[in-house]
Design a protein around this ligand. Structure first.
Ligand SMILES: Nc1ncnc2c1ncn2[C@@H]1O[C@H](COP(=O)(O)OP(=O)(O)O)[C@@H](O)[C@H]1O
Ligand SMILES: [Mg+2]
Length: 269
């Protein structure tokens, strides 16, 4: 693992995000498409490539990031400032779940959610970061709205499966972001296909080509088509990531290519 000297793309923000160069919200109109999986594995790959990276989980109702990272460290609170947990070299993480008691769930109403997210955004001390990856819940609710309104220079990455129904949901999310002035970096199609473990033949799991269709319709780059592999969900359940536990695999290669595609787009756009 290396520590990067050179810096990537740009970005201005206020408060504790002033030293965070790229703020990227991973979004989709739809649940279960792999947003958290993609967010976690992008962040870990970036960190492994030597980029100073943070991951912020704002999915109040389904916070999965800490579990997927196998995280047992907690953020530290010092005089109204929140210091994220250091997960590995170049990777810090914080989740809304760090501040809630799983056994006594809070009934989150709109303003309460918005305040909790604003507090995480404004009071977390990230230090200098190349990338802050924000894992959002599905849809266009209070959480992505609050993030979009509180982070200057925010960009989004859209995750879809190939399905037609996912296309409709992602289109809605893209239009929602457009209204808020958040520019999308591109689209990732997840669970695009599967390689037969017996013969290596490509199996299309879903009918449709939502990634390509959305890319053409919104004139956005299709950053990656990622295969379905049961190993990925097994690893995620065990808190293990692709960059550290699937070294040398096709998935590792695809994630490294994805990270470089994101970087390239941020410089170009
Ligand atoms: N490419 C993939 N291959 C296999 N399983 C995947 C893949 N991407 C996501 N999953 C699994 O699909 C489920 C939903 O993924 P998750 O990242 O939680 O979606 P979301 O955050 O969009 O709700 C999880 O069980 C996850 O492990
Ligand atoms: Mg999720």
């Amino acid at each position: 693992m290396k520590d990067r000297e050179e810096r990537t793309a740009f970005g201005e923000a206020s408060g504790n995000l002033s030293s965070v160069r790229n703020k990227l919200m991973v979004m989709s109109g739809k649940g279960g498409v792999g947003k958290s999986t993609v967010a976690v594995n992008i962040a870990c790959t970036m960190a492994d490539e030597g980029f100073k990276t943070g991951i912020l989980d704002i999915d109040i109702h389904g916070p999965n990031v800490s579990k997927m990272l196998g995280q047992n460290k907690r953020p530290v609170l010092v005089e109204e400032q929140i210091f994220p947990a250091e997960i590995m070299q170049n990777l810090k993480s914080i989740s809304i779940a760090d501040f809630t008691d799983v056994d006594s769930p809070i009934i989150w109403r709109g303003p309460l959610k918005a305040n909790a997210i604003k507090q995480l955004v404004n009071e977390t001390v990230w230090g200098t970061l190349d990338f802050l990856i924000i894992d959002a819940p599905p849809g266009t609710g209070d959480e992505p709205l609050t993030v979009a309104q509180s982070i200057t220079g925010l960009r989004s990455i859209m995750v879809t499966t190939p399905q037609e129904i996912s296309k409709a949901d992602v289109s809605r999310a893209l239009n929602f972001l457009k209204k808020l002035g958040v520019g999308p970096v591109g689209i990732i199609e997840n669970m695009s296909y599967m390689k037969c473990p017996e013969c290596g033949k490509t199996i299309e799991l879903f009918h449709g080509a939502a990634g390509e269709d959305l890319s053409a319709r919104f004139e956005l780059p299709l950053l990656a088509r990622l295969p379905f592999d049961p190993k990925i969900s097994t690893l995620a359940d065990k808190g293990k990531t692709i960059s550290s536990h699937m070294r040398g695999s096709e998935h590792e290669r695809l994630y490294r290519e994805l990270v470089s595609a994101i970087q390239k787009e941020l410089v170009l756009q």
